[in-house]
Ligand binder design. Structure first.
Ligand code: FES
Ligand code: FES
Length: 152
């Protein structure tokens, strides 16, 4: 049994320490907002924050989360920056199929926590690991800029 701090709450997970955070969330805790895409740190669909940094939960074992805070998409509606990002996503009508979007929002939120006025290059750099097969990149960039104005 491993204790994980997820979205501010300690939760018990009965899983091997090598289990990826993604599967502890989805299979053990029924938190399905974090998505499985590639399983190989290549697409960003599974992005969560670990200690405030965006990580690929499909390749990050729960043993690496000991003593650190995990934050998932489920916490974004009660997070000032996350809420602004989600509102901008709705305003700019960003999602198409939607599958990649929780990972996109987690990466965008991490960016805006450290950079409140990101340039196009900053956005491209921070979001380069998040793939969108529907090609919503232009709307993602516009939404990040819109959210930046909200939290400025
Ligand atoms: S599912 Fe983790 S990076 Fe693709
Ligand atoms: S909205 Fe479809 S993969 Fe990004």
């Amino acid at each position: 049994m491993i204790t994980l701090n997820i979205n501010g709450k300690d939760m018990q997970v009965d899983a091997d320490p090598s289990t990826p955070i993604l599967w502890a969330l989805r299979d053990n805790l029924n938190m399905t907002g974090t998505k499985f895409g590639c399983g190989a740190a290549l697409c960003g669909a599974c992005t969560v924050h670990l200690g405030g940094q965006p990580v690929r939960s499909c390749v990050t074992p729960i043993s690496a989360a000991a003593g650190q805070k995990i934050t998932t998409i489920e916490a974004m509606e009660s997070d000032k920056v996350g809420k602004a990002v989600q509102a901008a996503w709705v305003k700019m009508d960003v999602p198409q199929c939607g599958y990649c979007q929780s990972g996109q929002i987690m990466s965008a939120t991490a960016l805006l926590r450290t950079n409140k006025a990101p340039s196009d290059a900053d956005i491209d750099n921070a979001m380069s690991g998040n793939i969108c097969r529907c090609g919503t990149y232009q709307r993602i960039r516009a939404a990040i800029k819109d959210a930046a104005k909200t939290i400025a």
